[in-house]
Design a protein around this ligand. Structure first.
Ligand SMILES: Cc1cc2nc3c(=O)[nH]c(=O)nc-3n(C[C@H](O)[C@H](O)[C@H](O)COP(=O)(O)OP(=O)(O)OC[C@H]3O[C@@H](n4cnc5c(N)ncnc54)[C@H](O)[C@@H]3O)c2cc1C
Length: 382
């Protein structure tokens, strides 16, 4: 047995790499194992994120890892009406996730973390004072950090998704689009995220659908050339109940640190890892594993309320049919509301929407939906 690590991380995407970087910064001896041969690959994520959020945790992207700026977000109703939010003040960008992940890996490496790509965590055994993690060999550590992503997310809330990178003359730079349709994409939507010139990341997801078929149908009327195709599940089930189990700490998507509305998880996963590393370091310094409970407390105090609101909004959304979605889009499309939304926080969009609507606005939405359940859920917000 070569050495005993303070923390052994399984998974080398944003959450795992950020944890390794932060733990190494705090002087911990950390080992990270990533099953793929290259950090950042295969790139599944669209990289739509707010710069503000990333900078807050010290992980703002550098140079060319920003592929594009977003200046508006358009939501299309099933019947084709739409609402447009001016996003120029929201500092939303599209990241080259592969490059961004490599930047975090580089930083973790420079801080002294041991990073190993091409090594899968096969098995973890928890003992009284530590863990044994089996990769290509067996490593000993005090704690195991599970950052293996959706594979370890709570199973409920995982939806199949298909994503293509394409080129098409109809792609409009800076304009992110969401297409709602409960028959085609039940419980989710199709999306277009431009990332430079006429290139876009397009995707479709929904409960119980063949996501590739849905995406092909979406693209059928839009001339395009496919650059690459990716299949990846998204997670919308909300934070898990426990972020720490014995000597295992869950970070990022494996802790469900993902928005239940859009499945965006870059910023909240980075935040999770920054907070987790802080408390793992404290637990080791004080020789007191009980301090780890502060990780969930701190993350929840920042994101708990928003995640709960997003989950409740998802609950309403899942109850709506296409006709009701049309009415909702029409009701939300007032200059006053759109103007308020254009100066809110992208990472806290549920809170932003609810506070911009106010009680009167929420009750107005409750009036336009027919479903008794959705009405009831909406009234619960007032
Ligand atoms: C199609 C799609 C589009 C998305 N778009 C956005 C977006 O635009 N904006 C946004 O904020 N979020 C987006 N997300 C979500 C975002 O990608 C995730 O929330 C974020 O990457 C979570 O990071 P993570 O490190 O927790 O997990 P992941 O990124 O899932 O990484 C887990 C890592 O663990 C590795 N691994 C798994 N098992 C093992 C093992 N046994 N041993 C070693 N390594 C292992 C995997 O190879 C992987 O590298 C998207 C997700 C998908 C699927």
């Amino acid at each position: 047995m070569a050495s005993r690590y303070d923390a052994i991380v399984g998974g080398g995407s944003v959450a795992g790499l950020t944890f390794a970087s932060e733990a190494a910064k705090r002087g911990l001896n950390v080992l990270l194992l990533e099953e793929h041969e290259e950090f950042g690959e295969p790139e599944k994520c669209d990289g739509l994120v707010s710069l503000r959020g990333l900078r807050m945790y010290g992980y703002g992207p550098i140079g060319k890892s920003i592929q594009a700026l977003v200046n508006k977000g358009v939501i299309h109703s099933p019947m084709g009406s739409s609402l447009t939010v001016n996003a120029t003040a929201l500092e939303v960008v599209v990241l080259d996730r592969s490059m961004y992940d490599k930047q975090i890996a580089q930083r973790a490496y420079e801080r002294g973390a041991n990073l190993r790509a091409g090594e899968r965590v096969k098995h973890v055994v928890t003992e009284k004072d530590g863990v044994k993690v089996e990769g290509k060999e067996v490593y000993e550590g005090r704690y195991f950090v599970d950052a293996t992503g959706p594979a370890s997310s709570p199973r409920e809330g995982i939806i199949p998704a298909a994503k293509y990178e394409i080129e098409g003359e109809w792609v409009e730079e800076g304009k992110v689009e969401v297409f709602l349709n409960q028959e085609k994409y039940p419980g989710f939507f199709a999306w277009v995220i431009p990332y430079g010139g006429t290139k876009a990341k397009v995707g479709a997801s929904g409960f119980g659908i063949n996501a590739f078929k849905a995406l092909d149908e979406f693209l059928a009327g839009r001339r395009h050339k496919i650059i690459r195709k990716i299949a990846a599940p998204i997670y919308v089930g909300g934070p898990s109940e426990r972020f720490v189990e014995g000597r295992t700490i869950f970070a990022g998507e494996s802790a469900g640190q993902v928005k239940p509305t859009t499945a965006g998880g870059i910023m909240s996963s980075i935040a999770g890892s920054v907070i987790a590393a802080r408390w793992v370091a404290e637990a080791i310094r004080s020789d007191d594993p009980a301090l780890l409970t502060n990780y969930q407390r701190d993350w929840t105090s920042r994101f708990g309320r928003e995640m709960q609101s997003m989950k409740r909004l998802r609950g309403v959304f899942e109850k709506l049919n296409n006709k009701e979605l049309d009415s909702i889009v029409a009701t939300l499309s007032t200059p006053k509301l759109l103007s308020k939304l254009s100066s809110t926080d992208f990472d806290f969009h549920a809170t932003a929407l609810l506070s911009s609507l106010g009680i009167v606005g929420v009750m107005k939405l409750a009036r336009v939906v027919a479903s008794a359940e959705a009405k009831q859920l909406l009234r619960g917000f007032s």
